[in-house]
Design a protein around this ligand. Structure first.
Ligand code: PLP
Length: 397
């Protein structure tokens, strides 16, 4: 057998070195089993915990209505669709969900994608051409970053939430060039909010598109229904605004959507490769998504309970000296800086019965390793009080 330099054996050895390095630096990502039949209570690697790192903000992932809907649809239609949406994989539930979703979002049309990641890479690569310019917040989700790369357009990343820089960048784009502003509505690792109204005003002034990732906003922000942070601007549907979001976080199920102008959705159906070349979501998942939308549309209680829990955390935290930025959403980062400390505190919390994940670079910028706490409507105020007590004990200031 011939061995080349940088052949298979060399490469395996290089990877083993790199993995060893990550392990030494406490940055190796590892899988842990979370066993839960009734969130937020779970067993993590054998240890009973209250889960404070799930994105199941409304506690719907184990809700009887969603489970029942999934079971019934699976009984009726079977476990898989056997095809992509355009080739035999559209069952009546898919279209019903898209219609309901457009109503929920207040947009002319909507399309389902198989996950948020696939929605973003499909959406961006379908609509944006290589001669366009993309302006993207530096802390946007990896799926927006990857989708932007696929377009081969020029990508300019503006400093997090810095609209002055964004405006300067917009001014420099020559007339005749399409421009796209990309932003998370709620930033997934910091929990802070994009100023959507101000971003929209800039988009309008410079005739740009505005693509908003509502993965963490859907079901959490806005009222009647809680369709996302965009709802709180009161601007309603605007042709230049394209919203995407997921069913996998507050809505307790799986999959994603893009909502916007009919022409935008039509264009996606023709061009979005992650939509066209992937088997559609199974009927059980779609039925659970429908049940979640119905629930959130008809009953604001879970969303209100979530916000009460956020208030409870805030009240408890006030009496501590935890290093907290202003709390704006159910995502609460405690930035410790150092990977080792983040891991140690996370481990100590685990021993006290709380699952709070340490988030380390490269998921977050160097030197900003953190604990990322997420709250849910399923938490009891007592769980939150006990968590804050434990945090106070383990984070020396
Ligand atoms: C989770 C997330 C996604 C990806 O959604 P999935 O359905 O999990 O693939 C996209 N964008 C943001 C901001 C997210 O937090």
């Amino acid at each position: 057998m011939t061995q080349f330099q940088n052949g298979v054996q060399d490469t395996l050895a290089q990877w083993q070195l790199a993995l060893g390095q990550l392990r030494t630096e406490n940055r190796l990502r590892q899988l842990r089993t979370l066993d839960s039949t009734q969130r937020p209570h779970a067993v993590l690697n054998g240890q009973p915990v209250v889960d404070f790192c799930s994105n199941d903000y409304l506690g719907l992932a184990t809700h009887p209505a969603l489970k029942q809907a999934a079971i019934e649809a699976t009984h009726h239609y079977g476990s898989g669709t056997g095809g992509s949406r355009l080739i035999g994989g559209t069952c009546p539930l898919h279209l019903e969900l898209e219609t309901q979703l457009a109503t929920f979002k207040g947009t002319p049309a909507a399309r389902i994608f198989n996950s948020g990641y696939q929605a973003n890479i499909g959406l961006l690569s379908a609509l944006i051409s290589r001669n366009d310019v993309i302006l993207s917040d530096k802390l946007n989700h990896a799926s927006l970053v990857d989708g932007a790369q696929l377009t081969r357009a020029k990508v300019i990343r503006y400093p997090h939430l810095n609209l002055e820089t964004l405006e300067t960048q917009l001014q420099q784009i020559p007339n005749g060039t399409r421009r796209w502003i990309l932003t998370d509505s709620i930033f997934s690792m910091d929990g802070d909010l994009a100023p959507l109204k101000a971003l929209y005003d800039l988009a309008e002034q410079y005739d740009a598109w505005l693509i908003i990732d509502e993965a963490h906003g859907t079901g959490v922000f806005g009222e009647a229904p809680a369709s996302g942070l965009w709802k709180t601007t009161g601007l309603g549907h605007q042709d230049r605004v394209i919203q995407m979001g997921t069913f996998s976080k507050a809505l307790g199920s799986f999959g994603a959507y893009v909502a916007g102008a009919q022409t935008v959705i039509d264009q996606l159906t023709q061009l979005a490769r992650s939509f066209i070349y992937s088997t559609s979501l199974p009927p059980g998942v779609i039925a659970a998504n429908l049940a979640a939308l119905t629930l959130v549309s008809e009953d604001a209680t879970p969303t209100h309970t979530l916000w009460q829990n956020i208030q409870t955390f805030q009240d408890c935290a006030k009496r501590t000296r935890l290093p907290l930025a202003p709390i704006q959403s159910p995502i609460i980062p405690i930035i410790l800086g150092d990977c080792d400390q983040a891991l140690q505190v996370s481990q100590a919390l685990l021993e006290a019965g709380f699952y709070v994940q340490a988030i380390r670079p490269p998921t977050v910028p160097q030197g900003t390793a953190r604990l990322r706490i997420t709250l849910s409507a399923a938490h009891e105020p007592m769980d939150i009080e006990r968590l804050v007590d434990s945090l106070r004990k383990h984070i020396a200031r």
